[in-house]
Design a protein around this ligand. Sequence first.
Ligand code: G4P
Length: 526
Amino acid sequence: MSSPTVLAEAARRRTFAVISHPDAGKSTLTEALALHARVISEAGATHGKAGRRATVSDWMEMEKERGISISSTALQFEHRGHVVNLVDTPGHADFSEDTYRVLSAVDFAVMLLDGAKGLEPQTLKLFDVCHRSGIPVITVVNKWDRPGLDPLELLDQIQQRIDIRPTPLTWPIGIAGDFRGVLDRRLGHAVEYERTSGGATIAGETVHSPDDASTVFGDAWEEAVGGHELLAADGADHDPEEFLAGRTTPVLFAAAALNFGVTQLLDVMLELAPAPRPRLDAQGEPRAVDSPFSAFVFKIQAGMNTAHRDHVAFARICSGVFERGEVVQHTQGGRPFATKYAQNLFGRDRETTDLAYPGDVIGLVNASQLGIGDTLYLGPKVEYPPIPQFAPEHFATISARDTSRFKQFRRGIEQLDREGVVQVLRSTLRGDQSPVLAAVGPMQFEVVTDRLQREFNAETRLDFLPYTLARRIQPADRETLAGINGVETFERSDGTALAVFSDRWRLQFVSRQHPDITFESLSADV
Ligand code: G4P
């Protein structure tokens, strides 16, 4: 495959995730985007949440509930000559480590806010992660068809609480609850929205010149113009460099349930959001997108769907072209990996991927030797940096109920550790029989016990430990801290030495007693 083809294919790709606090409308927006791209003919007008199983991807649930074709991890569609890859993130507040991993695999994020609620706890965390990782964010203020906050107040919240400058690209015509259209600040015209029944088909849109808009919308237009001028005077205009550096966030107003504002979002993504860029390897060297094939694993899904072969590693392509059937190199395993079963998992029946380019997500089936963060490549060897592990807040020991099944139990723990389902901590004190599991959200424990039982036939027993905090220490510090009340030390499977504490007070107390020891926050602490 020639380099110009790979460069052109990469340049027309947009790979992103929609992130939000639960209930802001992520599933609704996903459907609306798919509807606009005509992936599905009609979006479901209702979004019943009953029965959603949190351990399963929301999209799989959507598939089941509504019988529509949405893939379980990456929704790919063509729009105006571009290829859009929308990577799914779990939609619940608890199990968020997966969300952060997905963010390592996208080129930008769309942050959805509920126009009535503004910034919510999960929004703040996610903005923070994007900010620190330099991921550009497009903000969409959703549910503008309902009474909500003043738009300037919303901008103020973003500026004050996240320290990222909002630069609206559209400005609503009509207050929250009376959403009639938007003033497109980039193009200088007005877009009038028209409701369709239940928002099930693409909303009608009429473009008006400023003069016509004044007649059509009356005072609401004058107010929108007033808002626009205020923003312009304040310098809140889009600046491509600032946006790509993650210092500003373009803002759009929408009502996903009515499909209002969705065309503008797609246009902005195609015109302003970044295409795949060279990714830095573990040494900090960029690998050009037209270098030979390379990808890294950011998600592993197993044990969730009995109807299919059930161990899928999802990898994001960083460079080159992927051709199904090729034997690629696996950096961490040091062995070749055959990709005969690569699938893009698009639609109800998994489609087989034959060719994929930088920005695309491929699902590799039967990939139990691959772990989170692993690199695959062809040509010059490359290793991408590991995906940061997150600070666990929940701890429990796990042991096999039936000691004769210990071998299966141990194999299962190793497998789940490699997949990144949970962090596994060890110490001589606890022994091999009952390692300690550390999780960001308690739901991870349920997944572990359930999978050990179903896939490894090992019934287990969990005993919760009274710790809530973990800090990185030097391996040699473990001896110094041995036997101190309220602190325990472990080695994590990636080799990191950790000290865990019951609470902040205990951490402060121990730090004062041992000023020579540095208790480092874990890199991805949020
Ligand atoms: P999530 O994935 O982010 O958790 O949110 P989801 O799309 O499930 O939407 C959460 C609720 O917000 C849903 O209502 C949905 O219909 C509603 N919603 C989403 N976008 C809009 C919008 O633009 N305007 C309005 N007015 N509502 C919106 P629900 O009560 O949970 O379900 P249902 O009554 O719609 O079935």
